[in-house]
Design a protein around this ligand. Structure first.
Ligand code: GLA
Length: 389
């Protein structure tokens, strides 16, 4: 495949939903654009700024989408210019149904007209949700209609399919022009959701990605998407306030580390979902860790898979383009635990006499003939880059 196609590696950026939910305004988007630049997140690779649900006016005139006159008074084109002027790409949201999940007008049956509007406004990325009436049309049909409409317009627009994994979008996402497809229900800012709670916690998504076993569908220009990042979020975030969740505290530093370590090992699209105006130093350090981001963006584009899941201990790994592997040692339990593995039990090649082990959190380097181990704190993940030498 040609490198001129979009999303050669998983897209990185920021999306408004987890931070602001339905209260998002154009001022929030401008602040997020400025913050992406000022905090060096843009330079770390987070280039897409995506406006999620609730940007539209309540009604469409003749099926033409319009921005909400109160919350987005300057209009989408002006906002996209502001974002582009800061060296970022601009993303927008609609749904493959009569309405969005929050009840605003959406794109089913009006795909071409809307795709043309998006292109004229300078949209670079479309997140396309699954809410509203489907008028008897199945998911493949509905998502293919927008895929075709985007292909017909004279602008490269990354197509982010948000179908929640209901109809196995990994099976057909690429075929309808998608560059990424949600594999799971919505992530919430919590370690583990209660049984009757809306959404999935970080641990729930890790478990779900292990069960789904869909790594074979994942690769350059087409990515399984375990949903956006909640690093930095807790009960105060817009989404936590808006959805029927029961969140008592923010994710801890260990939980945030495990969240990012797994999303990078999975080669996931990384969409930051926290309010960048109040981003803490620890969260900033996690999100900009270049050793982790290099694993996420590895050109081979392989999704990490579990090598061993045993009680509180988990070992996951993925092969990397330089001939090495990334190996994650995850402690699900409440006590510090020593977790061990050996190169032949991971995705690393077995034929080297020795290996360089780089701790992706600290940057420290070690040498090993094959044993990989770490003392891992509760809910934390040690992540190593293993390179044959
Ligand atoms: C769905 C999606 C979320 C978000 C909301 C917006 O729940 O899965 O990611 O876009 O809709 O309403």
């Amino acid at each position: 495949m040609s490198d001129s196609l979009p999303a050669r590696t998983p897209p990185l950026g920021w999306n408004s939903w987890n931070a602001y939910s339905c209260a998002v305004t154009e001022d929030d988007i401008r602040d997020a654009a400025d913050a992406l630049v000022e905090t060096d997140l843009r330079d770390a690779g987070y280039e897409y700024l995506v406006v999620d649900d609730c940007w539209m006016a309540d009604e469409t005139a003749d099926g033409v989408l319009q921005a909400d006159p109160t919350d987005f008074p300057s209009g989408i084109e002006t906002l996209a210019d502001y974002v582009h002027d800061r060296g970022l790409k601009f993303g927008l949201y609609s749904s493959a149904g009569s309405h969005t999940c929050q009840g605003y007008p959406a794109s089913l049956g009006r795909e071409q007209r809307h795709a043309e509007q998006f292109a004229a406004w300078g949209v670079d990325y479309l997140k396309y949700d699954n809410c509203g009436e489907h008028h008897g049309r199945d998911a493949i049909d509905r998502y293919a209609a927008m895929g075709q409409a985007l292909e017909n317009v004279n602008r490269e627009i990354v197509y982010s399919i948000c179908e929640w994994g209901t109809n196995e979008p990994w099976q057909w996402g690429r075929n309808v022009g998608g560059e990424l497809w949600r594999a799971t229900d919505d992530v919430i800012a919590k370690w583990q959701a209660d049984d009757d709670e809306f959404g999935l916690g970080i641990l729930d998504i890790i478990d779900r990605m292990a069960e789904l076993d869909i790594a074979g569908f994942h690769g350059p220009h087409g990515w399984n998407d375990p949903d956006m990042l909640q690093v930095g979020n807790g009960p105060e975030s817009g989404q936590s306030q808006h959805e029927p969740t029961n969140i008592e505290r923010p994710l801890t530093e260990a939980e945030n580390r495990t969240h990012l370590a797994f999303w990078c090992l999975l080669g996931a699209p990384l969409m930051i979902g926290t309010d960048l105006r109040s981003l803490g130093e620890a969260e900033h350090e996690i999100l900009t860790n270049e050793r982790l981001l290099a694993i996420d963006q590895d050109p081979l584009g392989i999704q990490g898979t579990p090598d061993r899941r045993e009680g509180v201990e988990e070992v996951w790994s993925k092969r990397l383009a330089d001939g090495g592997a990334a190996v994650a040692l995850f402690n699900r339990g409440p006590e510090r635990t020593d977790i061990h593995t050996h190169v032949p039990n991971t995705a690393a090649p077995v034929d080297a006499a020795s290996y360089r082990l780089r701790d992706c959190w600290s940057g420290s380097e070690f040498e090993t003939s094959g044993e990989i181990w770490a003392g891992v704190e509760p809910r934390d993940t040690a992540l190593f880059r293993v390179t044959p030498q």
